[in-house]
Design a protein around this ligand. Structure first.
Ligand SMILES: [Cu+2]
Length: 116
C-alpha cells in the first residue's frame, strides 16, 4: 500500500513539474503590439514571438529584403495575408514596409525587427 502511495505521489510530482515547465515555455513567447501607423521604431524580439500589428486601417505590411527596405520597393511581395499577426520563426532581421501610396518613401513607414 505504501508503495502505491509513493508511486502515486511520484506521478503527481512529475505531472506538476511538467505543467510548470510548459507554463514557463508559454511565458517565454511574447506578443509585441505594434501600432502600425504610429510606431516605426525598430526593436529586438525572440524567435517564436508574435508581432501583432494593430490599427492597420488603410495601411498594409509587406515583408521585404534589405534592398526593398532601403528603397521602399516590395519586389512583388504580397502583404501579410491576415493584415495583422506574424510569428517570428527564424533569427535575423525581419523587415516590413507599408506599400500603400508613398507611406514608406515619404513617411518612412517601415520597421526592422531583429529576431534573436
Ligand atoms: Cu501606410
Amino acid at each position: 500500500m505504501a508503495e502505491i502511495r509513493s508511486s502515486a505521489t511520484a506521478v503527481m510530482i512529475m505531472v506538476t513539474m511538467s505543467m510548470l515547465f510548459q507554463n514557463q515555455l508559454a511565458v517565454e513567447a511574447i506578443t509585441h503590439i505594434v501600432s502600425w501607423p504610429n510606431h516605426f521604431e525598430n526593436f529586438i524580439a525572440k524567435k517564436g514571438d508574435i508581432i501583432d500589428f494593430v490599427n492597420v486601417g488603410a495601411h498594409n505590411m509587406v515583408e521585404v529584403n534589405a534592398d526593398g527596405y532601403n528603397t521602399c520597393k516590395t519586389g512583388g511581395a504580397e502583404p501579410v495575408p491576415n493584415q495583422r499577426s506574424v510569428q517570428l520563426n527564424k533569427p535575423g532581421d525581419i523587415l516590413f514596409i507599408c506599400n500603400v501610396g508613398d507611406h514608406c518613401s515619404k513617411f518612412n513607414m517601415k520597421i526592422n525587427i531583429t529576431v534573436t
